[in-house]
Structures are given as structure tokens and as C-alpha cells.
Design a protein around this ligand. Structure first.
Ligand code: ZN
Length: 396
């Protein structure tokens, strides 16, 4: 017979049977329905089960098999992996069989749901227990588009600069480029458009906003002795940006649920939370892990830019000395303030020691320093610009 002649009534299902009369007691063959019977046929023999009184059951691995038995033939079982057999008119048209079919279907659904929930719980347990929180946060951050970070950073920068005295001086900008150009040339991560701004502020400080705005205080530029020191600070700040530490900071505090949703592909909740809390991106208190990462990645940026990383170490030493001076300047009543400074910079000494080790164990130093800037002249220009008409509070 050709296949077109196979009506659904005639359909054959691949299957197997267990029965003592079969050679080996078992055989593989085909199942079909004929009249009021389920018939199994194979080269080893034939098995016939009456539809009246036929029992259906699921079994095998993951309940993948359907078993047919009959009380009058206790030693006989016919089975198939083809679940389409449940839709055969012989099953659907025989009420007791249709009822058993419905039960099987329910069991299968419940079974699948149960399996999925167990799998889900296992995934969560693995995420919570095996993988570290920082890995999880990094995965969630990967769901935040770089463009989101850049526009959030732009907004923050605008807001922030309205209350700062921005140094706008073409000569200073041109000289600063002699530091930033070689540094940027060593950075292969091209996702962020870096901009460098100087604000007139005596505090020894520099920071970066998510998305690529890097800000230097005049206090830092004047405290530095060499251009490679400034390059070291900038490399560190840039590494905070490329490491997405601002976003990761917020995600770490955004809560497990939002982070989990972002990891499994729905970042909308996380993005909404970030938009609501973008001011937190200004919180520049990073964990020691982030600081260490920024030191190490920044170090690599310096090396690939042909800049001596010794400047980074040297500047952290300057910073430590300045912190010490600040502490000594404090009146007796300033103990709380002093403690605050100490606790926000707990790692300066440890960091210097670590970077010095790195310096001593590195390979041969770069042949030439790519920075060509007379730093003493640069500082004179910066100093001259302070309190000049070029330095004014930015409008808008
Ligand atoms: Zn830092």
C-alpha cells in the first residue's frame, strides 16, 4: 500500500513488546490498531491486546515511553516512544482509553513543570553558591548597553560642571593632550569616547564618570612632579570606566532580582532602576577589588602606550604624603574627619607596596617615554590660569 492510503486509522507506530512467546521474550516491531485490538507485529511474532480493558501508562527515562498492558495477559507489555499514538482515533474514540490518555497528559505536564522548577532552583543555587557575587554583577552589567552609560555620564557631567570652575584654556588643553594622546593610543578598548576636563579645585583629586568623562583637579596637576605621574592617575581612572565600575557598583546595590533578570535577558527593570538612581554613579567609593583592578588594567594601558608605569607608583606616594599632611593639619576636634579620611583611603600604603613589587618584577622598561611635555612649564601655565578670566564657573 502506498503512504497516501495510510489513513490515521491504519497508521503504524514503531514500538516494542515483551511476551514469553516471542523469541528472546522481546521484540522490536510496529504497532497498529485493527478493529477492537491493538496489534504489535514483528519478525519474532505477533502480540494482540484487546482495546476493552487496555491499560495505558507512562514509563522509562523521563516518562518517554507509553506502555500498553491488559489484565488478561499479565506477562505481556507493548510500548512505544511515539506519543502521537495517544492521538490515534482508536484511543480518542474509546472513552476509557481517552480518559486514561487525559490522565497521562496531565501527569506529563506536571512532570515537565516540576522538572523545570527544579532546574531553575538548581541554576539559582549555582549562581548564589558557586559563582561569586562579583561575577554575577559583571554579567548583569553586560546587559547594560554602553550607549546607556555614555548618555547617563553625559547628563551627570553637565549637571556637575554647572557648579564647578572649569579651566578653559587652549594652551593647557594642547599640553594635556601630550599626555592623553599616547595614553589613549595604548588602549584597545574603543567603546568609550574619552574627554578630559580640568577644574579649578585645590583638592588633590581626579575622577571619571561612567561613559568616559575624566576630570582632573588643578590641585592634582600642581601636586604632581612629572607627566607620567598624571598619566598614571589618568590610566587608573580610565580603567574604572572600561571596567564599568560605576555601573557595577549600582548593580551590586540594585538587588538580586533586577540583576538576575538582566542576566537571563530582561534588562528593562535594571535599566529603569539605573535611570532612577543615576546620581549614584557619582559615588566614587569603589571596593578594593575595583581599585586593584583599575591599578592593574591602568598599568597595562601605560605599558602599551609606551609610558613608564613608575609614574603611577610615584604619584600614589605623593598622595599618601598629602593625606598625611592633611591629618597633621587637623585640629584636635577634627578626629572624626581624620578617621573618615583614613577609612576612605585604607589601602594607599598596601597599594603602593603592591605596585612597587610589580615595578620590580616587570620586564625591561619601555625604550622611550612617549610623553613629550615639559611638565614644569605645564604647571606654570596651569598656575597662571588660576584666578585668571579663563577660569570661571561654567554657565549651563
Ligand atoms: Zn580608583
Amino acid at each position: 500500500m502506498n503512504s497516501a492510503a495510510l489513513t490515521s486509522h491504519d497508521r503504524l507506530f514503531a514500538g516494542g513488546a515483551f511476551q514469553p512467546t516471542l523469541s528472546d521474550g522481546r521484540a522490536a516491531g510496529t504497532i497498529h490498531f485493527s478493529g477492537a485490538q491493538l496489534r504489535f507485529e514483528s519478525e519474532a511474532g505477533e502480540v494482540v491486546l484487546p482495546l476493552t480493558g487496555l491499560q495505558l501508562a507512562l514509563g522509562g527515562a523521563s516518562d518517554g515511553l507509553i506502555f500498553f498492558t491488559h489484565p488478561s495477559l499479565p506477562q505481556t507489555t507493548v510500548h512505544t516512544a511515539d506519543h502521537a499514538i495517544l492521538d490515534h482515533p482508536a484511543i480518542l474514540g474509546t472513552p476509557p482509553l481517552a480518559a486514561q490518555r487525559a490522565q497521562i497528559r496531565t501527569k506529563k505536564r506536571v512532570g515537565t513543570a516540576w522538572l523545570l522548577s527544579v532546574a531553575g532552583a538548581l541554576v539559582l543555587a549555582v549562581v548564589a553558591l558557586v559563582l561569586s557575587r562579583s561575577w554575577f554583577v559583571k554579567m548583569a552589567a553586560a546587559a547594560v548597553p554602553v550607549s546607556f552609560e555614555i548618555s547617563a555620564g553625559d547628563r551627570l557631567f553637565e549637571q556637575m560642571m554647572t557648579s564647578k570652575k572649569v579651566v578653559k584654556n587652549a594652551e593647557i588643553d594642547a599640553q594635556l593632550k601630550r599626555i592623553t594622546d599616547p595614553l589613549l593610543a595604548g588602549i584597545s578598548d574603543r567603546r568609550y569616547p574619552f574627554t578630559f576636563s580640568i577644574i579649578d579645585d585645590p583638592a588633590l583629586n581626579a575622577f571619571a564618570l561612567p561613559g568616559g568623562h575624566v576630570v582632573l583637579h588643578t590641585g592634582l596637576l600642581l601636586a604632581a612632579d612629572r607627566a607620567d605621574e598624571v598619566a598614571g592617575v589618568l590610566a587608573h581612572e580610565i580603567a574604572h570606566v572600561t571596567g564599568r565600575h560605576g555601573i557595577r557598583n549600582i548593580i551590586a546595590s540594585a538587588g538580586l532580582y533586577l540583576a538576575l533578570s538582566a542576566v537571563v535577558g530582561d534588562a528593562s527593570g535594571l535599566l529603569a532602576a539605573l535611570a532612577d538612581n543615576s546620581a549614584f554613579l557619582l559615588d566614587r567609593k569603589f571596593t578594593r577589588d575595583f581599585e586593584r583592578e583599575a591599578d592593574n588594567v591602568g598599568w597595562d594601558y601605560l605599558v602599551s602606550g609606551g609610558i613608564d608605569p613608575a609614574g603611577m607608583v610615584s604619584f600614589f606616594e605623593t598622595m599618601e604624603r598629602e593625606e598625611q599632611k592633611e591629618l597633621e593639619k587637623m585640629p584636635m576636634g577634627g578626629v572624626a574627619k581624620a578617621l573618615e579620611i583614613v577609612s576612605s583611603h585604607p589601602a594607599t600604603r598596601e597599594r603602593i607596596a603592591r605596585l612597587k613589587d610589580k615595578l620590580h618584577t616587570r620586564g625591561p622598561a619601555a625604550e622611550q617615554d612617549k610623553i613629550t611635555l615639559d611638565y614644569t612649564a605645564f604647571k606654570a601655565t596651569v598656575r597662571a590660569s588660576l584666578h585668571s578670566p579663563d577660569s570661571h564657573p561654567a554657565k549651563q
